[in-house]
Design a protein around this ligand. Sequence first.
Ligand SMILES: *[C@@H]1O[C@H](CO)[C@@H](O)[C@H](O)[C@H]1NC(C)=O
Ligand SMILES: *[C@@H]1O[C@H](CO)[C@@H](O)[C@H](O)[C@H]1NC(C)=O
Ligand SMILES: *[C@@H]1O[C@H](CO)[C@@H](O)[C@H](O)[C@H]1NC(C)=O
Ligand SMILES: *[C@@H]1O[C@H](CO)[C@@H](O)[C@H](O)[C@H]1NC(C)=O
Ligand SMILES: *[C@@H]1O[C@H](CO)[C@@H](O)[C@H](O)[C@H]1NC(C)=O
Length: 422
Amino acid sequence: METFASFITCSIFVHFLLCVSAKPPHILFIVADDLGWNDVGFRNPDVLTPNIDKLARSGMILNSSYVMPVCTPSRNSFMTGHYAFKSGLQHLAINPQQATCAPLNYTFLPQKLKELGYATHAIGKWHLGFCKWECTPTYRGFDTFFGFYNDQEDYYTLSVAGGKDFRDNKVPVNATGMVTAMDEAIGNITKALKTKGIFNDTLIIFTTDNGGAVKFAGNNYPLRGGKATLFEGGTRATAFVTGAGIQKFNYEYSGLIHAVDWMPTVLSAAGGTADSKLDGIDQWDSLRTARESKRNEFIYNIDDFRPEIGGHAAIRIGDYKLIDGYPGLHQGWYKPDHVGYDLNEDVSTNCMRPFFDKMMLFNLQDDPNEHVDLSRKHPDIVKKLKSRLEYYHNQIVPANFPKNSASSAPTSYGGFWSPGWC
Ligand SMILES: *[C@@H]1O[C@H](CO)[C@@H](O)[C@H](O)[C@H]1NC(C)=O
Ligand SMILES: *[C@@H]1O[C@H](CO)[C@@H](O)[C@H](O)[C@H]1NC(C)=O
Ligand SMILES: *[C@@H]1O[C@H](CO)[C@@H](O)[C@H](O)[C@H]1NC(C)=O
Ligand SMILES: *[C@@H]1O[C@H](CO)[C@@H](O)[C@H](O)[C@H]1NC(C)=O
Ligand SMILES: *[C@@H]1O[C@H](CO)[C@@H](O)[C@H](O)[C@H]1NC(C)=O
C-alpha cells in the first residue's frame, strides 16, 4: 500500500479534500465551499479558473448534480450516503458551540475505503462536529487530518485562533479573488500528482457543497436563488468528474446525481460495494461510460425543525420539482454584479418564514431557472409529488439542533476550538 503525500490548500473556498490512494485508482474528492453555479470560468469568463476549467473539460461537467442547501447536510451526505434528514442534520449547519456531530452509528466513506486497503487523508474543512474526539476525522476513517473543524478559515480569518468568527471582523470578501486562489491551489495539486507520476491513475471528483451565497457575492446566475434556498441556485452544484476510469472528454453529462450518491459511487470506483440500504445510488457505471443515470428522483431537503412556523421540503421526480413551504430568503435571479444585501441577515432566521404554506411546482426540463410556477395548472402532479414527499417525511429523524454550550469556549482550550466538552 502506497501512502500519498499530503498537500495543503486552504482558502475560504477550498475546504475539504479527501485524498486516498491505493490501486486502482487514486481518488481525489474536492469540495469547494459555497462555490456558485456561475463562479467558474467554464461558465463565466469573468471568473479566472484556468486549472479548474482545464480539468473540467478533460472529463465530464455534471449538469444536474445536486447537493443540499447548506454545507453540514451536504458533507454528511458525501460521507454517509444518507440524506441529512435521516441523521437529524437537516436544519442548517453545526455551530461551533453546539454539542453535537454527525451521528456516530453511520459508517463514513473513508472507513469503507480503509477496508479496501486505501490510505485516507482529509485536508481543509470538516464541519461535521468536533465536541468529542469520536466525532473528528481521524476517528471516522481518515488516517490524517490537516484542517479545521468549523465553518471557515482562510488568509483573512486567522484570528479564528482566538475563537473569533470572521463575521465579527467585517473584512472585505472578494469572491472572485478567492475562487482564483482556490484555482491556483488546484493547479498546484494537479502539478504534484503529475510530479509523482500518478495523475493518470487518479480519479478526480469536484463538487461544491451548496450554491453560492448571494450576500457574499457568490453567483448562481441564471439559476434562481442561492445558498440556503431550495431553489436550483442553492442546490444544483458546480461539479465535474475527470481522470482514471472516465471515458468521455469535454462532455456535459445531464443525468441526475445527488450528494448521497458520492459515497457508494466512490466506493464502487475503488472496487468496493456499498450497503444496499443507503439513500445513495452507485452511479459509477453511469459516470464511467456516460450512460443514463440510475436516479429519477431525490429529496432537496425536509426540515420541520420549527413546526410552529411551518417547515420546508422539496422533491424532484423526473422533470418536475415540488417545493412545499418557505424556499429561503433570496428568491430572485442575481447577476454577477448584483450588490446590496444587508450583511446582518442571518441565514438561521431566514431559512423558514412564518405561515408560508404555499407549494410551487416547476418543470425543470422546460424551465430550469424556475420562472413559472405550475402548481395551479397541474394539481394532479402536485398531488403525486406531495404524496411521495410524505413517504420520505415519514422517515425523518427529528433535527438535532441543540442550544449553544458555554463549555465549548476556546478560552478553556488555549484559544482553540477543541474536542472534549460533550
Ligand atoms: C442511528 O441511530 C438513530 C437513532 O437511534 C436511528 O434513527 C438510525 O436509524 C440509526 N442509523 C443507522 C444507520 O444505524
Ligand atoms: C479581487 O481580487 C483579485 C485577485 O486578488 C483582484 O485582481 C481584483 O482586483 C479584486 N477585485 C476587487 C473588486 O477588489
Ligand atoms: C502554489 O504553489 C506555489 C509554488 O510552490 C506557491 O508559491 C503558491 O503559494 C501555491 N498556491 C496556493 C494557493 O497554495
Ligand atoms: C498520461 O496520459 C496522457 C494522455 O493519455 C499521456 O500523454 C501521458 O504520457 C500519460 N502519462 C503517464 C505518466 O503515463
Ligand atoms: C445543462 O443545463 C443547462 C441549464 O439547465 C441547459 O441549458 C443545457 O442544455 C444543459 N446541457 C445539457 C447537455 O443537458
